[in-house]
Design a protein around this ligand. Structure first.
Ligand SMILES: *[C@@H]1O[C@H](CO)[C@@H](O)[C@H](O)[C@H]1NC(C)=O
Ligand SMILES: *[C@@H]1O[C@H](CO)[C@@H](O)[C@H](O)[C@H]1NC(C)=O
Ligand SMILES: *[C@@H]1O[C@H](CO)[C@@H](O)[C@H](O)[C@H]1NC(C)=O
Ligand SMILES: *[C@@H]1O[C@H](CO)[C@@H](O)[C@H](O)[C@H]1NC(C)=O
Ligand SMILES: *[C@@H]1O[C@H](CO)[C@@H](O)[C@H](O)[C@H]1NC(C)=O
Ligand SMILES: *[C@@H]1O[C@H](CO)[C@@H](O)[C@H](O)[C@H]1NC(C)=O
Ligand SMILES: *[C@@H]1O[C@H](CO)[C@@H](O)[C@H](O)[C@H]1NC(C)=O
Ligand SMILES: *[C@@H]1O[C@H](CO)[C@@H](O)[C@H](O)[C@H]1NC(C)=O
Length: 486
């Protein structure tokens, strides 16, 4: 049932957590998710695997029929009546502005069990035997919708109707055939009635169980790694049409006690002629909030010190005539701190940001401060020697990997400048001699930022199909996603 009910759960998951949220953040939707008709087709088509598994688990309660005749009275009851075989029905669905309705047809069930009867005339006689029931042409219509109760999402099963075209009950194994004759017809009729009424009870039970299991496993507070979380909540009620069901969401980025509220930017276009199963629109402000939080919490930082073998010779404050080291460019370093090393501490200088453009793609503008200290930095960090700034501007290609959107670094323009110096003039010769150390580290910083992905809601054994893709528009991304089973 799991996959089958993803659609329910998505609705659950995206319910507003509280009306407070709804009021406070009503206009900041930065993420839109649209479930298109092919999505419902996919899950309805594959739903039968789950149905096949769940239906045989249904327990049929004991069926008991008292009966009396002019000569005495008795009782007959079923024992251990079980679903032995279940043939998948055809599952169809209908989405409309009122919710989702499933319609199954062609189902067949075989039940087997035993019966026991007791009849009292002058003395009491007992008999027992077996019972088989075959139900074919089962048609069931169920509708479902989501609502919220005390801030918690809940599922409501709406109408459920069942018709069983043909139901045969076979009773056998008896020794006292006169006894069976007394109850056979009304007992068969009762068994039919129970099976009929049990179908909807069971369907409701399975639906609710599965939905509740989902609700417990799908928090709206999603861990995206490195102690970052995304809090998703609906900014308004989902709206449904006969083509899709659409959800407008806000996505707050949470890191520790800080949270960043992305604001809407860009004008979202339509879904394109091949919308896929799920179309989503993601505002540039979501990755920007992520990177802003990372900057404010000083998470983008690198220390280049003598422990890095290839950098070590460059970081020396003293070197020979032919050597190339930092001491060569600064008299103050070689005289005041001879035979030592400099540590270069890289961190974001101001808030980095992404720019998205239909024409130029995704770009990342990030400036890094490079603070110079005498090694070891941990002890000398009160005494900054100089600060350089490395400005990076990178072309980024967004791509989908598993269920996350990541970025590939294409081209970067990297330039270095001087912010201030307490150790004398920083020459152009120094900047060019150190350009490879600076730009290699800056690229590393850019890559580390791009490595954090934005998750796309997904479920269980479903993976993204190759036909899924991301497109860049002015200040937002649009993903057209197809699922497949692995
Ligand atoms: C976004 O939400 C904040 C509250 O979190 C609100 O103060 C602000 O006005 C909203 N901005 C827009 C553009 O709706
Ligand atoms: C889907 O539901 C709508 C509204 O309940 C109804 O008008 C329409 O006929 C249904 N479509 C199908 C294919 O059952
Ligand atoms: C289920 O719905 C379909 C289409 O709306 C209808 O033809 C069928 O009779 C319904 N079946 C039951 C058991 O209500
Ligand atoms: C969105 O559309 C409005 C009105 O058409 C326009 O003023 C605004 O600049 C557009 N925003 C972007 C980011 O394209
Ligand atoms: C990067 O951002 C800074 C600060 O907003 C701006 O001055 C600079 O021009 C931007 N760089 C590019 C290449 O757009
Ligand atoms: C895709 O994600 C997996 C883990 O989910 C990771 O191991 C792999 O390196 C990623 N591949 C790319 C190209 O990002
Ligand atoms: C990278 O830069 C080179 C030279 O500036 C340019 O020719 C090329 O098109 C750029 N590639 C991408 C993917 O932007
Ligand atoms: C997912 O696949 C694994 C292995 O194929 C299986 O054991 C597990 O039951 C599947 N989960 C669901 C919910 O179908």
């Amino acid at each position: 049932m799991r996959i089958f009910f993803l659609l329910l759960v998505l609705q659950e998951f995206l319910q507003p957590v509280s009306t407070k949220h709804l009021v406070e953040k009503a206009t900041n939707e930065t993420l839109k998710i649209r479930l298109n008709t092919p999505f419902f087709k996919f899950f309805s088509k594959n739903g039968h695997h789950v149905v096949d598994e769940e239906i045989p688990k249904i327990t049929i309660p004991e069926i008991r029929l008292p009966f009396s005749t002019s000569i005495g009275h008795g009782v007959v009851k079923t024992d251990d009546l079980k679903i032995e075989k279940f043939n998948s029905p055809k599952i169809d669905f209908n989405i409309s502005n009122t919710g989702i309705a499933w319609c199954t047809s062609g189902g067949a069930i075989k039940l087997t069990g035993k019966w026991h009867a007791k009849f009292t005339e002058l003395i009491t006689v007992r008999d027992k035997g077996w019972l088989n029931a075959y139900a074919t042409g089962i048609q069931m219509n169920i509708s479902a919708s989501a609502y919220q109760l005390d801030g918690q999402p809940q599922v409501r099963i709406g109408e459920c109707t069942v018709t069983i075209q043909k139901l045969d009950v076979e009773i056998g194994g008896s020794v006292l055939s006169w006894l069976v004759n007394l109850f056979e017809t009304p007992f068969s009729k009762l068994v039919k009635q129970v099976i009929n009424s049990q179908a909807c009870t069971a369907a409701r039970g399975i639906l609710l169980d599965e939905a509740n299991r989902f609700l417990h496993s799908l928090p709206s507070h999603v861990d995206i790694g490195a102690n970052f979380y995304v809090d998703y909540f609906l900014t308004e009620s989902p709206h449904a049409t006969n083509q899709y069901t659409e959800f407008d969401l806000a996505a707050d980025i949470v890191y520790g006690k800080c949270s960043c509220h992305p604001v809407k930017s860009g004008n979202w276009t339509d879904a394109s002629s091949s919308p896929g199963m799920v179309t989503s629109w993601i505002s540039v402000s979501i990755p920007n909030c992520l990177i802003e939080s990372a900057h404010q919490n000083q998470l983008v930082r690198f220390l280049v010190s003598k422990d890095i073998a290839i950098a070590e010779p460059y970081l020396r404050t003293s070197c020979g005539f032919l050597g190339l080291c930092i001491g060569k460019f600064f008299k103050k370093l070689r005289t005041e701190y001879p035979n030592n090393h400099v540590d270069m501490y890289f961190h974001t200088y101001n808030t980095p940001f992404f720019v998205m453009s239909e024409k130029y793609g995704v770009m990342l503008n990030m400036s890094l401060a490079v603070d110079l200290f005498i090694n070891p930095y941990a002890k000398t960090k009160q005494n900054i020697l100089a600060r350089l700034v490395v400005d990076t501007f990178s072309d980024v290609e967004p791509y989908l990997n598993h269920t996350k959107i990541h970025g590939h670094l294409l081209n970067s323009t990297i330039t270095a400048r001087v912010d201030f110096s307490n150790i004398g003039d920083v020459s152009g010769a120094f900047l060019s001699a150190f350009s490879s150390v600076l730009s290699m580290t800056a690229r590393q910083a850019v890559k580390s930022v791009l490595g954090v992905g934005i998750p796309i809601p997904s479920y269980d054994n479903v993976t993204l199909a190759d036909s899924s893709h991301v497109e860049v528009f002015d200040q937002y991304l649009r993903t057209n996603i197809d699922f497949e089973y692995k």
